[in-house]
Design a protein around this ligand. Structure first.
Ligand code: F6P
Length: 375
């Protein structure tokens, strides 16, 4: 029999569709099945640190299942184990303020946490567990780059958004006989570009796992021209690199667990291709945050809800320090120690994230129908 009477929930990292489905699953299971009290910390770990929260009751989660984003708001800053503090003289210090969070939990009689996020957020979840807090993690990211789960929620809706955009881009590509470059997210992995690109009938897909040669991309456009296909749609992942080149960094955010923000490779590629082919109009579209928002797909609602339910079941049966995950068609759990702290940008090169296999089935299928990877 569990001693847990009250749980706290938070959403950290970049938002995505399906977060509200998880919150819905957690809250209803906690209340209906276990008669628990639930609160939601506002803006990720910031809420835990500042003790800012809202009650999560049946009314609070009513009608949120399909909505994108998170009713609890989110932040990809505020690592409480290495908290960024700007001093009055402008200098910066980093402090471990996790004990403040633990004190806040005690004050509110919160017995356990459900922490929803990507690698950075779940690494802190692991660290709270190491300090004796009962924690269950729920894996979230549109990038689908977390190892140990076949799928994260949010990924499927983003794919739908990408495919919808590619369908629209095709009409302009065709009508104006243009080369259309479309940049998508994914950090250092190419899942969104690959699976979105295939379904959206891209002609070229450039992903971090397969460095591209600009001349091969040009050759694909030329080959299409020669066949009377006077337009080409190129999907490029934000983390894609040219052979021997590096990633394009949009921004560095010092107080984030993942300091590097990628972005801008589409613009660079567009410029370089246009210089190589003055006979074609080349245009760039960066899907940016359009691919992260919106009504959640059926899959993300279902998996998000099931993750939420399972997270509470885990806590109430003494399985904590774990991350729920999707395996085959089942939801089960795995130790946080085994799966986090490995996948943030900058560490992915050490092999921590879940990458696209350049020799795997999906790339094989794409190449079989003539999609170029610029290799
Ligand atoms: O991890 C999700 C993600 O959307 C990445 O695909 C992207 O690189 C990053 O977050 C963008 O972060 P931000 O919201 O800080 O710009």
């Amino acid at each position: 029999m569990s001693t847990i009477k009250k749980i706290g929930v938070l959403t950290g990292g970049g938002d995505c569709s399906g977060l509200n489905a998880v919150i819905n699953g957690i809250t209803k299971t906690a209340i209906n099945k276990y008669d628990l009290e639930v609160i939601g910390y506002i803006k990720g770990y910031s809420g835990l640190y500042k003790n800012e929260f809202i009650p999560l009751n049946l009314k609070a989660v009513s009608g949120i299942m399909h909505e994108g984003g998170t009713i609890l708001k989110s932040s990809n800053r505020d690592n409480l184990f290495n908290y960024y503090m700007k001093q009055p003289d402008g200098s910066v210090v980093h402090k471990d303020v996790s004990d403040v969070a633990i004190e806040n939990m005690k004050k509110e009689n919160v017995d356990a946490l459900v922490i929803i996020g990507g690698d950075g957020t779940l690494t802190s979840a692991r660290d709270f567990h190491r300090k004796g807090i009962k924690v269950v993690g729920v894996p979230k990211t549109i990038d689908n780059d977390l190892p140990a789960t076949d799928m994260t929620f949010g990924y499927n809706t983003s794919l739908e958004n990408i495919v919808d955009a590619l369908d629209k881009i095709h009409t302009t590509a065709y009508s104006h006989e243009r080369v259309m470059v479309v940049e998508v997210m994914g950090r250092n992995t190419g899942w969104l570009a690959l699976e979105g690109g295939i379904a959206g009938s891209a002609d070229v897909i450039l992903i971090p796992e397969i460095p591209y040669d600009l001349l091969k991309v040009k050759a694909k456009v030329d080959e299409r021209e020669a066949r009377g296909k006077n337009f080409t749609v190129i999907v490029v992942s934000e983390g894609a690199t040219q052979v021997g080149g590096g990633v394009v960094i949009r921004e560095t955010i010092e107080d984030s667990a993942d300091t590097q923000r990628l972005g801008g490779v589409g613009e660079v590629l567009t410029r370089e291709l246009a210089a190589l082919m003055p006979y074609k109009e080349v245009r760039n579209t960066n899907l940016a945050y359009l691919q992260r928002g919106g009504i959640a797909s059926q899959f993300d609602r279902e998996i998000g809800l099931r993750f939420g339910v399972h997270a509470v079941d885990c806590l109430m049966t003494n399985r904590n320090g774990v991350m729920v995950r999707y395996e085959g068609r089942d939801v089960n759990e795995v130790d946080l120690e085994k799966v986090v702290g490995k996948g943030v940008t900058g560490e992915t090169s050490k092999g921590g994230a879940k990458y696209v296999d350049p020799n795997g089935q999906i790339v094989h299928a794409a190449k079989s129908i003539g999609i170029s990877f610029g290799d």
